[in-house]
Ligand binder design. Structure first.
Ligand SMILES: *Cc1c(COP(=O)(O)O)cnc(C)c1O
Length: 444
Protein backbone atom coordinates (compact mmCIF):
# COMPACT_ATOMS: atom_id res chain seq x y z
CA UNK A 1 0.00 0.00 0.00
CA UNK A 2 1.09 3.51 -0.76
CA UNK A 3 2.75 5.39 2.13
CA UNK A 4 2.70 2.23 4.24
CA UNK A 5 -1.01 2.49 4.91
CA UNK A 6 -2.77 -0.73 5.79
CA UNK A 7 -5.99 -1.58 3.94
CA UNK A 8 -7.82 -1.94 7.25
CA UNK A 9 -8.04 1.81 7.74
CA UNK A 10 -8.50 2.75 4.12
CA UNK A 11 -12.24 2.77 3.59
CA UNK A 12 -13.86 3.28 6.94
CA UNK A 13 -15.67 6.42 7.86
CA UNK A 14 -15.26 7.98 11.29
CA UNK A 15 -18.15 9.77 12.94
CA UNK A 16 -17.78 12.11 15.88
CA UNK A 17 -20.40 12.50 18.57
CA UNK A 18 -21.10 15.32 21.00
CA UNK A 19 -20.11 14.61 24.59
CA UNK A 20 -23.27 16.45 25.69
CA UNK A 21 -25.62 14.34 23.63
CA UNK A 22 -24.33 11.17 22.00
CA UNK A 23 -27.13 11.27 19.42
CA UNK A 24 -25.65 14.36 17.80
CA UNK A 25 -23.00 13.21 15.35
CA UNK A 26 -20.81 14.77 12.70
CA UNK A 27 -18.36 13.93 9.95
CA UNK A 28 -14.69 14.83 10.41
CA UNK A 29 -15.06 17.74 7.99
CA UNK A 30 -18.03 19.26 9.75
CA UNK A 31 -16.40 18.79 13.15
CA UNK A 32 -13.34 20.70 11.91
CA UNK A 33 -15.36 23.52 10.36
CA UNK A 34 -17.77 23.92 13.27
CA UNK A 35 -15.22 23.29 16.04
CA UNK A 36 -17.91 22.40 18.56
CA UNK A 37 -21.21 20.50 18.35
CA UNK A 38 -24.46 22.50 17.98
CA UNK A 39 -25.27 21.68 21.62
CA UNK A 40 -21.83 23.07 22.60
CA UNK A 41 -20.49 19.61 23.44
CA UNK A 42 -16.96 18.59 22.49
CA UNK A 43 -16.65 16.12 19.65
CA UNK A 44 -15.27 12.65 20.40
CA UNK A 45 -14.57 9.87 17.88
CA UNK A 46 -17.14 7.09 17.80
CA UNK A 47 -14.43 4.42 17.74
CA UNK A 48 -10.85 4.37 18.92
CA UNK A 49 -8.77 2.74 16.20
CA UNK A 50 -6.35 -0.03 17.23
CA UNK A 51 -2.97 -0.21 15.53
CA UNK A 52 -1.40 -3.60 14.96
CA UNK A 53 1.53 -4.69 17.18
CA UNK A 54 3.56 -5.25 14.01
CA UNK A 55 3.09 -1.58 13.06
CA UNK A 56 4.29 -0.50 16.52
CA UNK A 57 7.31 -2.83 16.27
CA UNK A 58 8.11 -1.60 12.78
CA UNK A 59 8.01 2.12 13.64
CA UNK A 60 11.80 2.58 13.90
CA UNK A 61 12.08 1.86 10.18
CA UNK A 62 9.29 4.24 9.15
CA UNK A 63 9.52 7.99 8.54
CA UNK A 64 7.80 10.52 10.80
CA UNK A 65 5.14 11.19 8.18
CA UNK A 66 4.46 7.50 7.51
CA UNK A 67 3.88 6.94 11.22
CA UNK A 68 1.70 10.03 11.54
CA UNK A 69 -0.40 9.05 8.52
CA UNK A 70 -1.15 5.64 9.95
CA UNK A 71 -2.09 7.21 13.30
CA UNK A 72 -4.43 9.92 11.98
CA UNK A 73 -5.93 8.22 8.90
CA UNK A 74 -8.65 6.31 10.79
CA UNK A 75 -9.93 9.62 12.22
CA UNK A 76 -10.05 11.39 8.86
CA UNK A 77 -11.35 8.46 6.84
CA UNK A 78 -11.92 9.17 3.17
CA UNK A 79 -12.76 12.80 3.77
CA UNK A 80 -9.27 13.85 2.72
CA UNK A 81 -7.60 11.70 0.06
CA UNK A 82 -4.58 9.77 1.37
CA UNK A 83 -1.99 11.50 -0.80
CA UNK A 84 -3.29 14.93 0.19
CA UNK A 85 -3.39 13.95 3.86
CA UNK A 86 0.19 12.74 3.55
CA UNK A 87 1.24 16.12 2.13
CA UNK A 88 -0.53 17.98 4.95
CA UNK A 89 1.36 15.81 7.44
CA UNK A 90 4.73 16.33 5.75
CA UNK A 91 4.24 20.08 5.94
CA UNK A 92 3.05 19.84 9.56
CA UNK A 93 6.05 17.82 10.74
CA UNK A 94 8.92 19.42 8.85
CA UNK A 95 11.03 19.98 11.97
CA UNK A 96 12.68 17.81 14.63
CA UNK A 97 11.25 16.26 17.79
CA UNK A 98 14.43 15.23 19.60
CA UNK A 99 14.64 13.24 22.82
CA UNK A 100 17.40 14.80 24.87
CA UNK A 101 18.82 12.92 27.89
CA UNK A 102 18.60 14.93 31.12
CA UNK A 103 20.19 12.74 33.77
CA UNK A 104 20.31 8.94 33.92
CA UNK A 105 16.78 7.76 33.59
CA UNK A 106 15.11 10.81 32.10
CA UNK A 107 14.79 12.45 28.70
CA UNK A 108 13.16 15.67 27.57
CA UNK A 109 10.99 15.39 24.48
CA UNK A 110 11.61 18.76 22.87
CA UNK A 111 8.49 19.94 21.07
CA UNK A 112 9.67 23.49 20.48
CA UNK A 113 11.62 23.25 17.25
CA UNK A 114 8.72 24.50 15.13
CA UNK A 115 8.33 28.04 13.81
CA UNK A 116 6.79 29.58 16.94
CA UNK A 117 8.81 27.50 19.38
CA UNK A 118 5.95 25.89 21.26
CA UNK A 119 4.26 22.55 20.68
CA UNK A 120 1.04 24.13 19.43
CA UNK A 121 2.61 24.53 15.96
CA UNK A 122 1.74 20.93 15.05
CA UNK A 123 -1.97 21.21 15.79
CA UNK A 124 -2.30 24.64 14.20
CA UNK A 125 -0.53 23.59 11.00
CA UNK A 126 -2.52 20.39 10.69
CA UNK A 127 -5.81 22.20 11.16
CA UNK A 128 -4.80 24.85 8.61
CA UNK A 129 -3.97 22.10 6.10
CA UNK A 130 -7.36 20.43 6.58
CA UNK A 131 -9.35 23.67 6.28
CA UNK A 132 -7.37 24.69 3.21
CA UNK A 133 -8.34 21.40 1.57
CA UNK A 134 -12.04 21.82 2.38
CA UNK A 135 -11.96 25.37 0.97
CA UNK A 136 -10.20 24.31 -2.22
CA UNK A 137 -12.72 21.54 -2.66
CA UNK A 138 -15.43 24.22 -2.65
CA UNK A 139 -17.25 22.93 0.42
CA UNK A 140 -16.91 26.23 2.22
CA UNK A 141 -16.34 29.77 1.04
CA UNK A 142 -14.19 32.26 2.85
CA UNK A 143 -13.82 31.53 6.54
CA UNK A 144 -12.63 33.57 9.50
CA UNK A 145 -10.69 31.89 12.29
CA UNK A 146 -11.38 33.86 15.45
CA UNK A 147 -9.27 33.03 18.46
CA UNK A 148 -8.36 34.48 21.85
CA UNK A 149 -4.88 33.83 23.15
CA UNK A 150 -3.01 34.12 26.41
CA UNK A 151 0.24 33.58 24.54
CA UNK A 152 1.23 30.52 22.54
CA UNK A 153 -2.01 29.63 20.73
CA UNK A 154 -2.14 32.93 18.84
CA UNK A 155 1.39 32.67 17.50
CA UNK A 156 0.94 29.08 16.38
CA UNK A 157 -2.36 29.87 14.66
CA UNK A 158 -0.94 33.01 13.00
CA UNK A 159 1.99 31.03 11.65
CA UNK A 160 0.02 27.93 10.69
CA UNK A 161 -2.62 29.86 8.74
CA UNK A 162 -0.35 32.52 7.25
CA UNK A 163 -0.98 32.92 3.54
CA UNK A 164 -3.66 30.21 3.36
CA UNK A 165 -6.13 31.35 0.70
CA UNK A 166 -9.73 31.74 1.79
CA UNK A 167 -8.90 32.02 5.49
CA UNK A 168 -8.71 35.20 7.53
CA UNK A 169 -7.37 34.99 11.04
CA UNK A 170 -8.36 37.38 13.81
CA UNK A 171 -6.53 37.01 17.12
CA UNK A 172 -7.48 38.79 20.33
CA UNK A 173 -4.80 39.17 22.97
CA UNK A 174 -4.69 40.93 26.33
CA UNK A 175 -2.63 44.12 26.27
CA UNK A 176 0.59 43.86 28.27
CA UNK A 177 -0.04 40.26 29.32
CA UNK A 178 1.83 38.39 26.61
CA UNK A 179 5.62 38.35 26.35
CA UNK A 180 7.38 40.61 23.84
CA UNK A 181 8.28 37.64 21.67
CA UNK A 182 4.72 36.35 21.77
CA UNK A 183 3.36 39.79 20.80
CA UNK A 184 5.78 39.94 17.88
CA UNK A 185 4.64 36.55 16.67
CA UNK A 186 1.07 37.90 16.55
CA UNK A 187 1.59 41.38 15.22
CA UNK A 188 4.31 40.97 12.58
CA UNK A 189 3.03 38.34 10.08
CA UNK A 190 0.57 40.67 8.26
CA UNK A 191 -1.19 39.27 5.15
CA UNK A 192 -4.33 37.38 6.24
CA UNK A 193 -3.48 37.67 9.95
CA UNK A 194 -4.85 40.46 12.15
CA UNK A 195 -4.06 40.77 15.83
CA UNK A 196 -6.29 42.94 17.99
CA UNK A 197 -4.98 44.13 21.31
CA UNK A 198 -7.65 44.26 23.99
CA UNK A 199 -7.39 46.51 27.00
CA UNK A 200 -8.33 43.78 29.46
CA UNK A 201 -7.50 40.28 30.63
CA UNK A 202 -7.47 37.01 28.67
CA UNK A 203 -10.89 36.11 30.07
CA UNK A 204 -12.36 39.22 28.42
CA UNK A 205 -10.81 38.29 25.07
CA UNK A 206 -12.31 34.84 25.45
CA UNK A 207 -15.74 36.29 26.30
CA UNK A 208 -15.67 38.55 23.24
CA UNK A 209 -14.87 35.58 21.02
CA UNK A 210 -17.74 33.59 22.49
CA UNK A 211 -20.12 36.53 22.01
CA UNK A 212 -19.11 36.91 18.37
CA UNK A 213 -19.85 33.23 17.72
CA UNK A 214 -23.46 33.85 18.79
CA UNK A 215 -23.90 37.23 17.08
CA UNK A 216 -26.40 36.78 14.24
CA UNK A 217 -25.36 39.97 12.50
CA UNK A 218 -21.74 38.82 12.33
CA UNK A 219 -22.74 35.27 11.39
CA UNK A 220 -24.78 36.55 8.44
CA UNK A 221 -21.68 38.29 7.08
CA UNK A 222 -18.87 35.91 7.96
CA UNK A 223 -18.41 32.19 8.51
CA UNK A 224 -16.56 31.91 11.81
CA UNK A 225 -14.58 29.05 13.25
CA UNK A 226 -12.35 28.66 16.26
CA UNK A 227 -8.87 27.18 16.52
CA UNK A 228 -8.31 26.07 20.08
CA UNK A 229 -7.64 22.51 21.23
CA UNK A 230 -11.37 21.84 21.35
CA UNK A 231 -11.18 21.47 17.55
CA UNK A 232 -10.49 17.84 16.65
CA UNK A 233 -8.03 18.92 13.95
CA UNK A 234 -5.90 20.58 16.60
CA UNK A 235 -6.38 17.96 19.27
CA UNK A 236 -5.79 14.69 17.41
CA UNK A 237 -2.44 15.40 15.68
CA UNK A 238 -0.89 15.88 19.12
CA UNK A 239 -0.82 12.07 19.23
CA UNK A 240 2.11 12.27 16.81
CA UNK A 241 4.52 13.40 19.57
CA UNK A 242 4.07 10.22 21.54
CA UNK A 243 4.48 7.91 18.56
CA UNK A 244 7.53 9.81 17.30
CA UNK A 245 9.10 9.70 20.77
CA UNK A 246 8.39 6.00 21.09
CA UNK A 247 10.08 5.34 17.78
CA UNK A 248 13.28 6.50 19.50
CA UNK A 249 12.61 4.63 22.72
CA UNK A 250 12.35 1.20 21.15
CA UNK A 251 15.57 0.09 22.84
CA UNK A 252 14.54 1.08 26.33
CA UNK A 253 13.62 -2.10 28.14
CA UNK A 254 12.05 -0.48 31.19
CA UNK A 255 8.44 0.59 31.43
CA UNK A 256 8.00 4.08 30.02
CA UNK A 257 6.31 6.98 31.83
CA UNK A 258 5.39 10.28 30.12
CA UNK A 259 4.93 13.46 32.09
CA UNK A 260 2.91 16.17 30.34
CA UNK A 261 2.74 19.77 31.60
CA UNK A 262 -0.99 20.35 31.38
CA UNK A 263 -3.33 23.33 31.24
CA UNK A 264 -6.32 22.70 29.03
CA UNK A 265 -5.45 18.95 28.97
CA UNK A 266 -5.56 18.63 25.18
CA UNK A 267 -2.01 17.37 24.81
CA UNK A 268 -2.20 14.70 27.52
CA UNK A 269 -5.62 13.66 26.27
CA UNK A 270 -4.00 12.97 22.87
CA UNK A 271 -1.28 10.96 24.62
CA UNK A 272 -3.85 8.83 26.39
CA UNK A 273 -5.62 8.27 23.09
CA UNK A 274 -2.31 7.16 21.56
CA UNK A 275 -2.02 4.55 24.28
CA UNK A 276 -5.59 3.38 23.71
CA UNK A 277 -4.58 2.86 20.07
CA UNK A 278 -1.89 0.45 21.19
CA UNK A 279 1.20 2.53 21.96
CA UNK A 280 2.91 0.79 24.91
CA UNK A 281 3.29 3.68 27.31
CA UNK A 282 2.94 2.44 30.86
CA UNK A 283 2.11 5.60 32.78
CA UNK A 284 0.88 9.13 32.12
CA UNK A 285 1.51 11.94 34.57
CA UNK A 286 -0.44 15.18 34.32
CA UNK A 287 1.88 17.80 35.79
CA UNK A 288 0.10 21.00 36.78
CA UNK A 289 1.04 24.39 38.23
CA UNK A 290 -1.09 26.02 40.94
CA UNK A 291 -4.11 25.52 38.68
CA UNK A 292 -4.59 22.04 40.09
CA UNK A 293 -8.25 21.21 39.52
CA UNK A 294 -7.47 17.80 38.03
CA UNK A 295 -4.72 16.98 40.53
CA UNK A 296 -7.17 17.68 43.34
CA UNK A 297 -9.88 15.69 41.62
CA UNK A 298 -7.70 12.59 41.46
CA UNK A 299 -6.94 13.01 45.17
CA UNK A 300 -10.42 13.77 46.44
CA UNK A 301 -12.89 12.90 43.66
CA UNK A 302 -14.18 16.49 43.92
CA UNK A 303 -14.06 18.45 40.65
CA UNK A 304 -13.97 22.13 41.48
CA UNK A 305 -13.19 24.48 38.60
CA UNK A 306 -12.49 28.11 39.46
CA UNK A 307 -10.94 31.29 38.08
CA UNK A 308 -7.42 30.80 36.75
CA UNK A 309 -4.41 31.60 38.92
CA UNK A 310 -1.53 33.50 37.28
CA UNK A 311 1.81 31.60 37.34
CA UNK A 312 5.18 31.65 35.57
CA UNK A 313 3.98 28.78 33.36
CA UNK A 314 1.18 30.94 32.01
CA UNK A 315 0.12 28.71 29.10
CA UNK A 316 -1.12 26.32 31.79
CA UNK A 317 -3.14 28.88 33.74
CA UNK A 318 -6.50 27.27 33.13
CA UNK A 319 -9.17 27.17 35.81
CA UNK A 320 -11.53 24.81 34.00
CA UNK A 321 -9.69 22.49 31.58
CA UNK A 322 -11.88 21.96 28.48
CA UNK A 323 -10.44 18.62 27.43
CA UNK A 324 -10.79 16.84 30.76
CA UNK A 325 -14.27 15.71 29.76
CA UNK A 326 -12.69 13.83 26.83
CA UNK A 327 -10.31 12.05 29.20
CA UNK A 328 -13.20 11.03 31.43
CA UNK A 329 -15.06 9.64 28.44
CA UNK A 330 -12.01 7.64 27.41
CA UNK A 331 -12.23 5.85 30.75
CA UNK A 332 -16.01 5.36 30.62
CA UNK A 333 -16.50 8.11 33.23
CA UNK A 334 -15.31 5.69 35.92
CA UNK A 335 -13.21 7.31 38.59
CA UNK A 336 -11.35 4.11 39.49
CA UNK A 337 -10.32 3.43 35.88
CA UNK A 338 -9.24 7.03 35.43
CA UNK A 339 -7.12 6.94 38.56
CA UNK A 340 -5.49 3.69 37.49
CA UNK A 341 -4.48 5.30 34.20
CA UNK A 342 -3.46 8.79 35.21
CA UNK A 343 -1.28 10.23 37.98
CA UNK A 344 -1.14 13.93 38.68
CA UNK A 345 1.06 16.22 40.75
CA UNK A 346 1.01 19.98 41.15
CA UNK A 347 3.90 22.41 41.74
CA UNK A 348 4.05 26.09 42.64
CA UNK A 349 6.29 28.72 41.06
CA UNK A 350 8.94 28.51 43.77
CA UNK A 351 9.57 24.78 43.29
CA UNK A 352 9.43 25.24 39.51
CA UNK A 353 12.23 27.81 39.61
CA UNK A 354 14.30 25.68 41.98
CA UNK A 355 14.00 22.74 39.59
CA UNK A 356 15.09 24.94 36.66
CA UNK A 357 18.16 25.97 38.61
CA UNK A 358 19.02 22.47 39.82
CA UNK A 359 18.72 20.84 36.43
CA UNK A 360 20.79 23.59 34.85
CA UNK A 361 23.51 23.24 37.48
CA UNK A 362 23.61 19.43 37.46
CA UNK A 363 23.04 18.66 33.78
CA UNK A 364 23.57 21.96 31.97
CA UNK A 365 20.05 21.65 30.57
CA UNK A 366 17.84 24.74 30.40
CA UNK A 367 14.15 24.06 30.95
CA UNK A 368 11.35 26.53 30.30
CA UNK A 369 8.86 26.94 33.18
CA UNK A 370 6.29 24.60 31.56
CA UNK A 371 8.80 21.84 30.90
CA UNK A 372 10.07 22.30 34.44
CA UNK A 373 6.63 21.49 35.84
CA UNK A 374 6.65 18.36 33.67
CA UNK A 375 10.11 17.47 34.97
CA UNK A 376 8.97 17.83 38.58
CA UNK A 377 5.97 15.59 37.96
CA UNK A 378 8.21 12.94 36.47
CA UNK A 379 10.76 13.16 39.26
CA UNK A 380 8.05 12.76 41.88
CA UNK A 381 6.69 9.70 40.10
CA UNK A 382 10.09 8.07 39.52
CA UNK A 383 11.03 8.34 43.19
CA UNK A 384 8.27 5.88 43.96
CA UNK A 385 8.50 3.85 40.76
CA UNK A 386 12.16 3.00 40.26
CA UNK A 387 11.56 0.47 37.50
CA UNK A 388 10.49 3.14 34.97
CA UNK A 389 12.19 5.22 32.31
CA UNK A 390 10.77 8.74 32.20
CA UNK A 391 10.12 11.29 29.46
CA UNK A 392 8.87 14.81 30.15
CA UNK A 393 7.53 17.06 27.41
CA UNK A 394 9.43 20.31 26.87
CA UNK A 395 6.53 22.27 25.42
CA UNK A 396 8.19 25.64 24.77
CA UNK A 397 11.65 27.00 24.05
CA UNK A 398 13.16 28.65 27.15
CA UNK A 399 13.75 31.93 25.28
CA UNK A 400 10.01 32.42 25.02
CA UNK A 401 10.13 33.01 28.76
CA UNK A 402 13.40 34.88 28.89
CA UNK A 403 12.92 36.87 32.09
CA UNK A 404 11.74 33.89 34.14
CA UNK A 405 14.50 31.63 32.84
CA UNK A 406 17.16 34.24 33.45
CA UNK A 407 16.05 34.89 36.99
CA UNK A 408 15.83 31.15 37.74
CA UNK A 409 19.21 30.03 36.38
CA UNK A 410 21.14 33.29 36.70
CA UNK A 411 22.18 33.26 33.06
CA UNK A 412 20.75 34.43 29.77
CA UNK A 413 19.92 31.58 27.38
CA UNK A 414 21.23 31.93 23.86
CA UNK A 415 18.78 33.59 21.47
CA UNK A 416 18.18 31.51 18.33
CA UNK A 417 18.39 33.13 14.91
CA UNK A 418 14.68 32.93 14.14
CA UNK A 419 13.96 35.01 17.23
CA UNK A 420 16.64 37.53 16.24
CA UNK A 421 14.80 38.01 12.95
CA UNK A 422 11.55 38.50 14.78
CA UNK A 423 13.07 41.20 16.97
CA UNK A 424 13.86 43.23 13.88
CA UNK A 425 10.35 43.14 12.41
CA UNK A 426 7.84 45.95 12.75
CA UNK A 427 4.89 45.31 15.05
CA UNK A 428 1.48 46.41 13.76
CA UNK A 429 -0.68 47.00 16.79
CA UNK A 430 -4.42 47.54 16.42
CA UNK A 431 -6.34 48.17 19.61
CA UNK A 432 -9.97 47.67 20.44
CA UNK A 433 -11.71 48.82 23.58
CA UNK A 434 -14.68 46.53 23.82
CA UNK A 435 -16.98 44.17 21.96
CA UNK A 436 -18.30 46.90 19.65
CA UNK A 437 -14.75 47.40 18.40
CA UNK A 438 -14.49 43.72 17.50
CA UNK A 439 -17.92 43.72 15.89
CA UNK A 440 -17.13 46.76 13.81
CA UNK A 441 -13.92 45.12 12.62
CA UNK A 442 -15.65 41.86 11.70
CA UNK A 443 -18.50 43.58 9.84
CA UNK A 444 -16.39 45.84 7.69
C1 LIG B 1 -0.62 25.20 25.66
C2 LIG B 1 0.60 24.89 26.44
C3 LIG B 1 0.61 23.92 27.47
C4 LIG B 1 -0.63 23.21 27.93
O1 LIG B 1 -1.13 22.31 26.99
P1 LIG B 1 -2.64 21.75 27.14
O2 LIG B 1 -2.86 20.95 25.92
O3 LIG B 1 -3.51 22.99 27.17
O4 LIG B 1 -2.72 21.00 28.41
C5 LIG B 1 1.82 23.63 28.09
N1 LIG B 1 2.95 24.27 27.75
C6 LIG B 1 2.98 25.20 26.78
C7 LIG B 1 4.26 25.89 26.49
C8 LIG B 1 1.82 25.54 26.09
O5 LIG B 1 1.87 26.50 25.13
Amino acid sequence: MRNGLTPSVENKKMRYFSLNNNAITSSFEKAVIDGIAPDKGLFFPEKIARLSPSFIKGMPSLSKSQIALEVIAPYVGKEIPKDRLFRIIEKTLDFDFPLVPVGDNISALELFHGPTMAFKDVGARFMAGCLEYFIQKGDIGEITVLVATSGDTGGAVANGFLGVKGINVVILYPKGKVSDIQERQLTTPGQNITALEVDGAFDQCQDMVKKAFHDEEIKSKRQLTSANSINVARWLPQMFYYFLAYKNLAEVEKKVAFSVPSGNFGNICAGLLAREMGLPIHTFIAATNSNKIVTNYLDTQEYEPGPSIATISNAMDVGNPSNFIRIQRMFQNEFGTLKANLSSYSFDDVSTKIAMKEVFETNGYIMDPHGAVGYLGLQTFLKKNLEHYGVFLETAHPVKFLDTVESAIGEKPEIPESIQDLLEKQKLILSIKDYSGLKEFLLK
